[in-house]
Write a protein that binds this ligand. Structure first.
Ligand code: SF4
Ligand code: SF4
Length: 453
């Protein structure tokens, strides 16, 4: 395997230390003078006072920077330095497909037979060069029912590789840049082996990572055509290739994910046009597009204590639900399945009543396809809450770790679950509405205690 050279996207020569980045940051909102000192501390590798322990990795500071210096990537570099010294928190094994146990492995315990069959088919397909493949991706894998059985799949050969790590998208946001570089190499090996030209991905963050980050920051050029799935859906709706037979006639509000802020916001408009074509009225939240708040996932990047991570994540997600509910819209729509899994967990933990859809589900409903909504999502949200709870408990006895392997051993796969009796017990308890209510109360109480510390 060839090794590309990593190139930092932060441009120190352009930075004039104006401090706008962390002054305008929706999370930090530092006084201007303090912001100037903080950027200088980061550049000079001095101890950060705010950013590295509070940033939500939302991408906005790159859009606030008048010099286009990319302060966001400076933050990622400093987290990368920290990772090299202290490792990753044990709870992070949750999203590492080569660590045991991880969410994909544990979720196998709870998948329906239909979901297992879809996943088996997607995981066992070997592409041919003439295929237009659709990479399902690690996060859409958590909700196979979003796409499984849909006519949308007739246009692609779906493939599902857990050890492509979404191209490293979520690790990139956490600043695990050296690991992302290895993932970029692994993806290149896969793509070269298949020799496919056209590659679509269900998450536009990953399309961005494949086409931009791997090439410009990881020194890995795939030389493939990466199709943006939202662009494809929009064009197919316009051409009539995807016929709308059931205009939806309800109001929605849109969650702009952190990665949507890349490339000067080229990802913001297609989802809005899709929703309008499907008959939705859009009611925007207070913070949208360049100012959009994170779903909560990014709060884990600036972790300080392993045991606080789930509470930090949900605490940030609460802000999103508050803004979404204030719009009066019937539904909140996400066009990122990474955000969707955390938003569903948050919705169940805070007891929000707003509907929550992936944009693919909106298109499917407008095409007249039937969904088992919200039953499948509520079940999956509690599967995931059970898995997070289980991993939090077992991580108490574990140490920080370093991600050493990118691919998993197919013969001794970390993808196959073992017994995990405690997890099964937790999930069984979560079938009871009384237990869910008690758990919600305890979770929110602990979240409040940690916030006031
Ligand atoms: S990435 Fe977002 S939260 Fe982090 S410093 Fe930049 S604007 Fe603030
Ligand atoms: S990164 Fe940009 S916004 Fe931040 S201090 Fe430098 S020039 Fe100013």
């Amino acid at each position: 395997m060839t090794t590309g050279k990593r190139i930092s996207a932060f441009n120190e020569e352009l930075c004039d230390l104006c401090g706008q980045c962390f002054h305008l940051c929706p999370v930090l909102q530092l006084p201007l003078e303090e912001s100037k000192k903080e950027i200088e501390r980061l550049i000079k590798r001095k101890e950060s006072k705010y950013v590295l322990s509070k940033c939500n990795t939302c991408f906005s500071c790159n859009l606030y920077c008048p010099q286009n210096a990319n302060p966001y990537q400076l933050i990622l570099e400093r987290w990368n330095d920290k990772y090299k010294k202290r490792g990753a928190p044990p709870l992070y094994k949750f999203v590492c497909p080569t660590e045991v146990p991880n969410i994909w492995q544990l979720l196998n315990i709870f998948l329906s037979n239909q979901e297992r069959k879809w996943i088996f088919d997607w995981m066992s397909y070997t592409p041919n060069p003439e295929d237009t493949i659709l990479i399902i991706g690690n996060y859409t894998h958590l909700f196979p029912f979003i796409l499984g059985g849909s006519k949308l799949l007739d246009f692609f050969k779906p493939i599902d590789l857990i050890d492509q790590w979404e191209g490293g998208a979520y690790l990139y946001q956490g600043g695990y840049l050296d690991v992302v570089q290895k993932i970029a190499e692994k993806c290149k090996t896969d793509f070269d082996k298949w020799d496919v030209k056209n590659i679509a991905h269900t998450v536009d963050a990953v399309q961005y990572i494949f086409s931009e980050v791997h090439r410009k920051e990881m020194g890995v050029n795939h030389n493939r055509d990466f199709i943006n799935f939202n662009d494809w859906m929009l064009n197919s709706l316009k051409s009539g290739e995807l016929p709308i037979t059931n205009k939806l006639n309800f109001s929605v509000t849109i969650h702009d994910n952190c990665y949507s802020k890349a490339l000067s916001g080229k990802y913001w408009d297609p989802p809005r046009k899709i929703l309008e074509m499907c008959g939705c009225e859009i009611k925007e939240m207070k913070h949208i597009k360049k100012d959009s708040l994170c779903c909560g996932f990014g709060a884990g990047a600036s972790w300080v204590r392993n045991s606080s991570i789930p509470f930090d994540l949900i605490s940030e997600g609460c802000k999103k639900f508050k803004e979404a509910e204030e719009t009066g819209a019937k539904a909140l729509v996400s066009y990122c399945s990474g955000c969707l899994y955390l938003l569903w967990a948050t919705r169940e933990l805070i007891g929000s009543k707003i509907d929550l859809y992936h944009i693919i589900e909106i298109v499917r409903m407008a095409m007249g396809e039937q969904l088992q909504y919200p039953e499948q999502h509520i079940k999956r949200a509690w599967d995931i809450i059970a898995i997070i709870t289980y991993q939090l408990i077992i991580s108490i006895l574990q140490n920080n770790f370093f991600i050493k392997r990118i691919s998993y051993d197919k013969n001794k796969s970390t993808f196959k679950p073992k017994h995990h009796l405690l997890l099964k017990l937790i999930r069984t308890l979560f079938r009871s509405e009384i237990i869910r209510k008690i758990f919600r109360k305890l979770f929110l109480l602990q979240m409040t205690i940690l916030k006031t510390r």
